[in-house]
Design a protein around this ligand. Structure first.
Ligand code: ATP
Ligand code: MG
Length: 399
């Protein structure tokens, strides 16, 4: 056990101190816990402040005017204070996991040590008092200095209890640029197949964070060597591609769309294969549309420059993503060229076309499939600069 007292707390903690003080004044214990404590010690920006307390949810609710039951069955109450919400969770121990996912039963306890024991990694099992004093029961501070991820307690048991922790390990390796200690890494390799039991939406969150982390190489390398990749939907047959990526990817992807596009492009999926791939991962439909566009463009960029119509079809922000992906996979950087090509297009969307279907009907074109065809032809010819985007010229062209 180490001692550390932080003298200067980030603003987010300063603002939250009165919340802890209120809980303590009522005779309970309360601590800052989780990622915000870890990230503060690492000198990183924090995003949300989580609190753990010995007070039971009903007791927490009695102490504050405004609370929301965000996860009361797990002991979590959100305390609203000066416009900020603080997730406040009662100390708990988790018993028997029969399905490798969620504890069968959450038991509230009054002891911080019990609560910290059920946490995944030593660096995530730190607690901090309101005055900045850090409680470190599992040598998390030493692991933070050594930039190591180590499971709390027996790693084999911990991954057997909750298989998502294995994906969290590789995700943190990438996000924090940490190594996974050998015993923990071996335990992941031993239990990798249990990942198949985890809801794909939860695996997806970790995979995307991994690909957007600061050293995705590290995370991907562990994801590959432990065999976790084999238990991800639609990854089978792509081992070589994934290994190749783990060598190429020197910085994190800029967005979730970019992360998916990298995978689909690297796996050489065409537009029709992208839909079942992303559906297996349960992404939103808009993601499928976007990734189809970026992947089509990225695949072309690996061969050559884009033609105006191709620039138009990918469009806007998605061009930046296509370029980002193609660049990683070995294409030259065409970022500024694409930006110019996009800006120079006569129109950037169908809405800007000077005629509508109704205009064409008024000019005598029969309604039906031909009308749609005509409109698309006009759109394409305007984009390519063969026709001026002027209503009378476009109608004349059709007639
Ligand atoms: P992030 O910066 O991504 O929010 P985090 O460490 O705060 O990272 P959360 O998912 O917000 O991650 O979880 C908060 C804390 O809850 C973790 O730091 C860890 O102590 C604990 N925790 C989360 N998920 C698990 C899990 N599957 N098993 C054990 N402990 C967990
Ligand atoms: Mg968090």
């Amino acid at each position: 056990m180490n001692n550390l007292k932080l003298e200067h707390l980030p603003q987010e903690f300063e603002l939250a101190r009165p919340v802890l003080q209120t809980i303590e004044a009522a005779g309970y214990e309360a601590y800052f816990v989780g990622g915000s404590v870890r990230d503060t010690i690492l000198g990183k920006k924090i995003h949300d402040v989580d609190i753990a307390t010995s007070a039971y949810p009903e007791e927490v609710k009695r102490l504050f005017k405004r609370t929301v039951d965000t996860g009361i069955e797990h002991g979590t109450v959100m305390i609203l204070d000066h416009g900020t919400g603080y997730e406040t969770t009662t100390f708990r121990s988790e018993s028997t996991y029969t399905d490798y996912r969620r504890p069968d039963q959450v038991t509230f306890v009054r002891s911080l040590a019990e609560d910290l024991k059920r946490r995944d990694f030593t660096i995530n099992a730190l607690a901090m008092k309101e005055n900045g004093e850090v409680i470190d029961l599992f040598d998390g501070l030493a692991d933070l200095s050594a930039k190591q991820l180590r499971a709390v307690g027996d790693p084999e048991q911990r991954f057997h209890e909750d298989a998502l922790r294995m994906m969290r390990a590789v995700r943190f390796a990438s996000q924090l640029d940490f190594t996974i200690v050998p015993a923990t890494l071996t335990a992941i390799a031993d239990h990798a197949s249990l990942l198949a039991k985890i809801a794909v939406e939860r695996t997806q969150v970790e995979l995307l964070k991994l690909l957007q982390g600061q050293t995705p190489k590290r995370g991907l390398a562990a994801f590959m060597t432990t065999g976790l990749w084999q238990y991800c939907p639609e990854f089978s047959g792509h081992e070589a591609s994934l290994n190749d990526l783990s060598e190429r990817l020197s910085t994190g992807m800029s967005s979730e769309t970019a992360a998916w596009s990298l995978l689909t492009t690297q796996f050489s999926l065409d537009a029709s294969q992208i839909s079942p791939f992303l559906k297996a991962w349960k992404t939103a439909n808009q993601m499928i549309t976007d990734v189809q566009a970026t992947t089509t463009a990225a695949r072309l960029l690996l061969e050559r420059e884009l033609q105006p119509w191709e620039v138009y079809q990918c469009g806007g922000e998605r061009l930046t993503i296509a370029n980002e992906v193609a660049l990683i996979l070995g294409a030259p950087d065409r970022g500024s060229q694409l930006a110019t090509q996009w800006a120079d297009l006569p129109i950037q969307s169908k809405k800007e076309l000077a005629v509508t279907g109704r205009d064409l009907m008024q000019a005598g074109v029969q309604p039906g499939p031909q009308l749609g065809q005509d409109l698309q032809t006009l759109e394409q010819r305007v984009v390519c600069g063969e026709l001026t985007n002027d209503a009378s010229q476009l109608i004349a062209a059709i007639q």
